[in-house]
Write a protein that binds this ligand. Structure first.
Ligand code: GDP
Length: 477
């Protein structure tokens, strides 16, 4: 039934696409990866232009106009572009982040290379990457999900924050009675454990089920009151706590994951996955390894549904995937290629599989909105490469608390030239990073305010034009 519905929607989209060429671009990434900022910057670049040398259609002047239009899906919130831009321009503050799916439609009028005038309808769909990481659950039984969750929780990096939840499991045997209070208690502890894994210090990425951290409009609903139990058997007996949890897990898949897949994910043509690679590097080897597993899961999600009726009736929908390391403005120019190389290394295994299926995949390091500039600064008799920005009020470095008006030069140091060193079990690559972090201050934890002067001209960025060229270039040729 699901496949048939997706096929119908796909068909409807295609018919619509014949009359009006349309591209549905998904913007995703885990919480705080930079989705809101990227989507805002992308809309700004298309509607207002900017310095975008690599984005050929814009550079050559073939884009006549790009206008916001009413979006196609009435039941999906609109991406609050104007509000976000106002926050950036007037408050010089970052807007609030993505917590649910939102959409925005742009009509791009352009001249083809041969000179005829066309319109491309671009539908942007911004949604939490946590929800994407739920798709692998569709192929998983409750027992398998529980076992995977427990294995992750018992790994050294997570064991400490998992302790309260794991301890409660001793008093919640799967064969015990189905007790609502017990179910709620374990679910609350499990949710607290997932949140603790997301803190800056641990920066774990693979934390399903996604709605536990990003509930959207499901906050507090019964679909979210289940948790993995220590399952010895595959099929819990009727009337037990295990059976109750299993039923809710299946309900979660049916009521949450399947509709997301059908209504949003299955209809995307292209996808950008934003990755806060620097946050993982800051947190250390375990965070990086966890990010790699999560990215694997994300690429697995792009395969979901490929062996179904949909794929036999239609060509695979997602034709291009771009992985983007965000916030590259926290690094000096010399390290941008290195950041890109680290992300490429993270998706290497997954990349081979995606290409097997004919989807083009690329990697870029970017800053959708650049909050820093580069400078040469003398320190201890040496000229050093620095980046200069305005730390947000309340940020702290070397005991100084910033008030949000002072500029500061930081010395980002270099990322390793050989990304493999970061994956070396000896941790050698990370020791290099630590010494580059300039003594007691780890600059990469500093959050800078957005640049001053937003609203007047184009937005400053790093390599946004490369992302635009990969994602849109061929459709505007
Ligand atoms: P989302 O949760 O994926 O929607 O993340 P946001 O787009 O809201 O970004 C989260 C935070 O990351 C922002 O509040 C900024 O502090 C920071 N950020 C995102 N993009 C950039 C960027 O291009 N440059 C800098 N310096 N910070 C960024």
């Amino acid at each position: 039934v699901d496949d048939a519905r997706i096929a119908l929607k796909t068909l409807a989209d295609r018919v619509e696409g014949l009359a009006h060429p349309t591209l549905r671009l998904g913007v995703t990434g885990l919480s705080r990866a930079g989705k809101t900022i990227f989507t805002t910057a992308l809309i700004h670049a298309l509607t207002r232009g900017g310095r975008l040398p690599v984005f050929e259609a814009m550079q050559s002047g073939r884009i006549a106009s790009a206008e916001l239009q009413p979006q196609p899906d009435d039941a999906v919130p609109r991406f609050a572009y104007e509000d976000h831009l106002r926050t950036l321009a007037q408050a010089r503050a970052w807007p609030s982040s993505t917590t649910r799916v939102s959409e925005l439609r742009l009509a791009i009028r352009y001249a083809t290379a041969r000179g005829s005038v066309r319109t491309l309808t671009l539908d942007l769909v911004d949604y939490p990457g946590e929800w994407l990481l739920d798709l692998p659950l569709l192929d998983m039984s409750y027992a398998a999900f529980a076992r995977q969750s427990l294995a992750l929780a018992r790994a050294p990096a997570r064991a400490l924050v998992a302790a309260p939840w794991l301890a409660a499991l001793d008093a919640a045997p799967p064969n015990g009675p189905a007790d609502e209070a017990k179910a709620r208690e374990v679910a609350a502890l499990f949710t607290a454990y997932l949140s603790a894994c997301r803190t800056e210090k641990l920066a774990m990425s693979l934390l399903p089920p996604g709605r536990f951290l990003m509930p959207g409009d499901l906050e507090g609903s019964p679909a979210l009151t289940f948790a993995p139990l220590d399952m010895a058997e595959d099929a819990p007996r009727a009337g037990t706590l295990g059976a109750m949890m299993e039923r809710r897990f299946e309900a979660y898949k049916n009521a949450v994951v399947r509709p997301f897949f059908r209504n949003h994910f299955a209809r995307l043509d292209r996808q950008i996955v934003l990755v806060d690679t620097l946050a993982a590097l800051n947190a250390g080897p375990a965070a990086l390894a966890d990010l790699e597993r999560a990215l694997d899961g994300i690429l697995a999600a792009f395969r979901t549904g490929r062996n179904s009726l949909v794929s036999t009736l239609f060509r695979p929908r997602i034709e291009k995937v771009l992985f983007a390391a965000t916030k590259a403005d926290h690094l000096h120019r010399q390290s941008h290629d290195r950041l890109e190389a680290i992300l490429a290394r993270l998706v290497e295994r997954a990349k081979a599989r995606a290409q097997d299926r004919g989807a083009a995949l690329d990697v870029v390091a970017l800053a959708a909105i650049r909050a820093t500039r580069e400078a040469r600064v003398r320190r201890d008799g040496h000229e050093l490469d620095a980046i200069v920005g305005t730390p947000e009020a309340g940020q702290e470095a070397s005991g100084h608390v910033f008030d949000g008006t002072e500029e500061m030069a930081v010395f980002p140091g270099d990322l390793p030239a050989d990304p493999d060193s970061l994956f070396d079990p000896s941790g050698a690559g990370f020791r290099g990073l630590a010494s580059a972090a300039d003594g007691d201050v780890d600059f990469r934890f500093l959050r800078f305010r957005p640049p001053a002067g937003i609203g007047a001209g184009p937005l400053p960025h790093i390599r946004l034009d490369r992302a635009l060229q990969f994602l849109l270039g061929d459709r505007l040729a």
